[in-house]
Design a protein around this ligand. Structure first.
Ligand SMILES: *Cc1c(COP(=O)(O)O)cnc(C)c1O
Length: 384
């Protein structure tokens, strides 16, 4: 024993062992699914130890984990997660949407927690295997998908605070019904001037479990006031940052009749959403003329810049505010029709179908690429 960390032992998909369940569960009809409550028959686990590196990947029956009560994850929250989806196209093909981006972000989160990193493609390959094994769980009705939750936790026994010597990477999957079963419903946001989600030098830009538990009380307080989501602000000038656990977008009408689509810059306070990156890429290609999108005005600019609540209030008053929406894997887009701020309700326009013009186009373009209707390098077929 040299005590040396074996950093070269990468995750090896060729070592995968598969143990199939002997008691498959009944798959509920999609209209009875509650988000994140039903899980497929199997899960993927890959252990890591500082002496031996990454161990054998296993697909095994979905079951509770066994953890020592002193495991670091239960005390100091060394835990991170990802969220991506598998979609069944009209052609029957199962596809992942941009899993390379999730793996890149997962490795960034892992490095932030002093966890081991890995070759993203190897885990994508194993996730494809899991989806294949549980393929009958992927629903096919429009708007449905299989939500995939990769997670890493520090499992070593012992109360010392330090780098984890044992880590478990596991992946579970949950079928989801159409996110909005009764059409798109706009949401009202409560812009909190008290609680702060993320700050410069903090961890808000990483998908760490520890970022989320503290957001529940503010969320409850917003709900008690009749708002569906929190609008997280930052700084004395009340900069807009994120909506609940979604990235934020604001569209402003310009004097020349065009639109400016704005999202705050990442810095280290904004979670780098895969949906955010996709909306930015589509919007920039439209703006540059590389790939025009029907439904968006010709005069269109895209800005990663900060916007403050006083600026938004003024835009709402003078009629230049066109729409506000959130973006994320769960709902793709979610439109906002009002923001509670300093005792007033700031009105935000929203189309009759519950979508603004930009959100409607982005939804169409992203769903098209998720289901394979629009051919795209963002689609990763599962059997390929
Ligand atoms: C996960 C998440 C998002 C959205 O990221 P996607 O990759 O688009 O799903 C946005 N904000 C926060 C705080 C998140 O945790």
């Amino acid at each position: 024993m040299t005590g040396e960390v074996i950093r070269s032992a990468d995750i090896d998909p060729s070592r995968l062992e598969v143990e199939l369940t002997k008691s498959p569960k009944t798959i509920p009809p999609t209209n009875q699914l509650v988000f994140g409550r039903t899980f497929t028959d199997h899960m993927l686990t890959i252990p890591w130890n500082s002496q031996t590196g990454w161990g054998t990947p296993k697909i095994q029956p979905y079951a509770p984990l066994q953890l020592d009560p002193s495991s670091t994850v239960l005390h100091y929250a060394p835990t991170l997660f990802e969220g991506l989806k598998a979609y069944k196209g009209k052609d029957g093909v199962l596809r992942l949407f941009r899993p390379d981006k999730n793996m890149e972000r997962m490795n960034r989160s892992a490095a932030r927690l002093a966890f081991p990193t890995f070759t993203g493609e190897n885990v994508t390959q194993l996730i494809k295997k899991l989806v294949e094994v549980d393929s009958k769980w992927v629903p096919s009705d429009p708007g449905t998908s299989l939500y995939i939750r990769p997670t890493m936790i520090g499992t070593q026994a012992g109360l010392g605070v330090g780098a984890s010597t044992d880590v478990l990477l596991f992946v579970i999957a949950s079928p989801v019904g159409p996110y909005y079963s009764t059409g798109f419903k706009p949401v009202k946001l409560y812009a909190t001037t008290k609680d702060v989600r993320a700050w410069p030098g903090g961890t808000g830009g990483f998908k760490l479990g520890s970022n989320y538990a503290a957001g529940v009380v503010p969320q409850q307080q917003a709900a008690a006031l009749g708002y569906q989501q929190i609008l997280w602000l930052f700084g004395p000038e009340h900069r807009l940052t994120e909506v609940g656990t979604m990235n934020l977008w604001v569209a402003l009408r310009k004097d020349d009749g065009g639109l400016e689509l704005i999202t705050p810059p990442l810095e280290d306070m904004i979670l780098p959403g895969v949906t955010r990156d996709s909306v930015l890429a589509l919007a920039r290609d439209h703006a540059s003329g590389k790939r025009k999108l029907a439904g968006l005005p010709d005069k269109f600019t895209v800005s990663e810049r900060n916007l403050t609540m006083p600026e938004l209030v003024e835009a709402s008053r003078n009629g230049s505010l066109s729409e506000v929406f959130g973006s994320g894997t769960a709902a793709i887009v979610s439109c906002v029709d009002g923001i509670g701020y300093e005792g007033e309700l700031v009105k935000v326009p929203c189309g009759e179908d519950g979508l603004g013009d930009v959100a409607r186009v982005m939804l169409r373009e992203i769903v098209g690429r998720q289901t394979g209707d629009i051919p795209s390098e963002w689609s990763f077929p599962v059997d390929a």
